[in-house]
Ligand binder design. Structure first.
Ligand code: ADP
Length: 180
């Protein structure tokens, strides 16, 4: 079986990694956040556990973030210097502007990363867990949006798609390779 645990695309600027996003060696990790910026389940819970209570306090101070936008905090106890809290949409069947909002939160996260001089950033599969966004559709929007951003921005120089399961990894690999 092919090894899909790590792969690079677009002359090495885009990358797939598998596993826990909090363990990656990157300057910033993106959190699949909720509008309240409250510690929750899924990847958000893992990031808050890794960062420690300072992260929740910083999020309380910010006071929230609308869907489709993003906010930057320090990484506190995490390996990453920054956490970028991006609020993706809940899936309501696809006719409530979900695609636009998902793309917007990826772009907002990348703009914050570029503005902070972040060289490398890792994204989880925003909205595809508790928020119910179908994985392949979300992956296509994520990849298209990141590629559009990289065409007009030199930073971040390394953008990692962090996949939590082998099945997710395979979907990302196919979309990035243009096979889906
Ligand atoms: P949302 O509420 O935006 O759907 P979730 O956290 O429920 O966010 O899920 C988003 C994605 O993050 C899912 O693919 C889930 O499997 C994945 N995930 C969960 N924990 C982690 C983790 N520690 N590192 C990376 N990805 C994770």
């Amino acid at each position: 079986m092919a090894d899909t645990s790590a792969d690079t695309f677009d002359a090495g600027r885009l990358e797939i990694a598998r596993g826990d996003i909090t363990r990656l060696d990157v300057s910033a990790i993106v959190n699949a956040a909720n509008e309240a910026l409250a510690p929750g389940g899924g990847v958000c819970g893992a990031i808050h556990r890794g960062a420690g209570p300072g992260l929740a306090a910083a999020c309380r101070e910010i006071g929230g973030c609308p869907t489709g936008e993003a906010r930057l905090t320090p990484g506190f106890g995490l390996r990453a210097e920054f956490v970028i809290h991006a609020v993706g949409p809940r899936w309501h069947g696809g006719t409530s502007g979900e695609e636009h909002l998902l793309a917007a939160c990826y772009t907002a996260a990348l703009e914050l990363a570029a503005g902070a001089g972040v060289a490398s950033v890792a994204f989880p599969a925003i909205s595809t867990g508790i928020y119910g966004y179908p994985l392949e559709a979300a992956t296509k929007t994520a990849v298209r949006t990141v590629r559009e951003f990289t065409r007009t921005h030199d930073e971040p120089t390394r953008i990692v798609f962090c996949c939590f399961s082998p099945a997710d990894t395979e979907v990302y690999r196919r979309v990035l390779a243009g096979e889906a």
